[in-house]
Design a protein around this ligand. Sequence first.
Ligand SMILES: Cc1ncc(COP(=O)(O)O)c(C=O)c1O
Length: 380
Amino acid sequence: MYGVERSFIREILRVASSPEVLSLAGGLPLADLFPVDEIRAAADRVLMQDGASVLQYGASSGDAGLRSWIADRLCSHHGIPTTPDEVMITSGSQQGLDLCAKLFSDRPIAFEDPGYLGARLAFQASRVPLIPVPLNDAGPDLETLEQAFDTGAAVYYGMSRFQNPTGRSYTTATADTMAELLNRSDRWMIEDDPYGEISFGKTDSPLLARRVPERVVYLGSFSKSVAPSLRLGFIRAHCSLLEHLEPIKQATDLHTSTLIQSILRELLTGGEFNLDAHLSRICHTYQAQRDALVQAIETLVPGSRIPWVAGGGMFLWASLPVPTDELFGHAIKRGVAFVPGQHFYLQEPDRSTIRLNFTNVSERLIPDAVERIAAAVQDM
Ligand SMILES: Cc1ncc(COP(=O)(O)O)c(C=O)c1O
């Protein structure tokens, strides 16, 4: 199973990189929005001011100034009470998942279904058994989650905002009940939130880290808000957990690149770059792309259904009138790529589902991409 998933994703990435293919498959941010000049200027400044020290080995927990900036932002923007010593910098939030897999490897993990493939691969690579917890319109099915805890799971992995792959967010009522369940059962949640800042409107926050911070290992990322090649993310957790995560981080890579952390710290605090203004440009652009995709699917693909319009993030989940795994080959011939929904399921998949990324194809080309999907459906 593990090998099958890997090779399928490799195949998607291979065909999607061909210049004739419009790719709604990957999870790539729109490269036109990367703050290239600002990053170059920040890199110049840190190398000029602290050249030798930013090229040296650093602390496993990460750059002190960057951890402090993250702690302030989690408090001010996300309502998660945090001190700098509760933050550890990681090499992308993907590394946060790998470190958590190693930390929690002695017990099964309850896993939202459908869920993020990269988390599943990280947990499976550490041989952690996964217990599926189906997602419904309000969030994870709470009865199944409770049963999973009762039958041995110590931790639940999930995304409360703009989930990958479905774009769903938990309702606040579900988040409240989950918080109560985590407290009562003495269990943990790994809350993966790389899309939390890509939000298209104001909504009440479903974050569990805000409700029960001591029961949550919160994973954040700069991949979607700044640039993925930085490979910078972080874990926010109670110090008693970080104490165990730090030696695992050391064993994995000693520390995340000092140079890259310093450049990001300088970018965020140096005064020339305003992250909130940058995020509002990103959100404005992505929202228009999402709207174009929703409209194109609804008007161009008869028999399609969009169960949930994502209020943020980078993905739209839809269902089509044909099995999307069979559609894939026809779609590639027509010059468009996507990920068939079945690859995100642990249990029996719904083969009509499809995950569409709306950030990497421009708003102008989205109708063209969807026309190609509609033509592929006709071909079947
Ligand atoms: C849900 C989820 N978690 C984690 C990651 C990994 O992100 P990063 O680039 O921070 O490692 C991704 C990447 O797309 C993601 O979708």
